[in-house]
Design a protein around this ligand. Sequence first.
Ligand SMILES: Cc1cc2nc3c(=O)[nH]c(=O)nc-3n(C[C@H](O)[C@H](O)[C@H](O)COP(=O)(O)O)c2cc1C
Length: 267
Amino acid sequence: MDIKKVVTVYFSPTGTTKKAVSAFTRGMRLPVEEIDLTLPKKRKGFCRSFTQDELLIAALPVYAGRLPMYLDDFFDGLKGDSTTAVATVCYGNRDYDDAITELMMRLEKRNFIVKAAAAFIGQHNYSSKIATGRPDTGDMATIIDFGKRTIQSIASGTSGTLSFKGTYPFTAKGYDPATPGPNHPPILTGEECNGCGLCADTCPWGIIDHQDCKVIDSAKCFHCFHCVKICPVHAKKVTGEAWLDFLPAFEARLNAKRKEPELFLPG
Ligand SMILES: Cc1cc2nc3c(=O)[nH]c(=O)nc-3n(C[C@H](O)[C@H](O)[C@H](O)COP(=O)(O)O)c2cc1C
């Protein structure tokens, strides 16, 4: 298969998925078109038809072992024509469970043929102490090399099944903000807030009020911490006894063993 162009389509609230996927394409040495669907206004009405000489690289983070929920607008606009694709996910050093399986199924439904897959590691949304700084220099070198090997595998027409972890029917439930667990208290806005509106303008879910950015629709909040990270005056925070009790043990559990990127090619 003669691929002429690589198109990355990604959703990345805190930037680690974006960083990993950009390293992946660097190894491919082909023209790259980048489509960032992190903002709801970019997803609204999104539609991209693909040809057979393009390669789609789809990239999303893992939320509770699955893809983030309520992203139909991400997938509905992808129109393949038996187009070759790579299914990539980025996770916070716990596990990716059924996420690659789900992504592969969603891409195949849109008429893509998945010829490679990968699970990268990214710093966890919840804490800068989990998988700190990842993907790091070592990850980036591994991912660039995998980009090279992926394009060679596709060019040489290597066939065979991809075998990665994951089951269907799915066993991982995914994260639904409508039914959050006890460890997900609402994001609060402190007195420091000066109403600049940056959080409302850049919330990946579009759930912060533009008139009063202290108002967050918590039933739709995924706790991606995008607003916590970008607030210029550090007004957005998660606090409370339950959270402060939960976090240290969670950090220790997830940091117990460094996971490495898992890369899947046929054969
Ligand atoms: C609601 C939620 C659930 C998550 N679930 C998992 C998980 O099941 N396994 C894991 O290893 N990381 C999990 N993470 C961490 C993210 O997958 C990880 O930090 C990812 O690199 C974030 O990507 P981004 O920087 O592109 O937003 C979760 C994060 C959030 C916000």
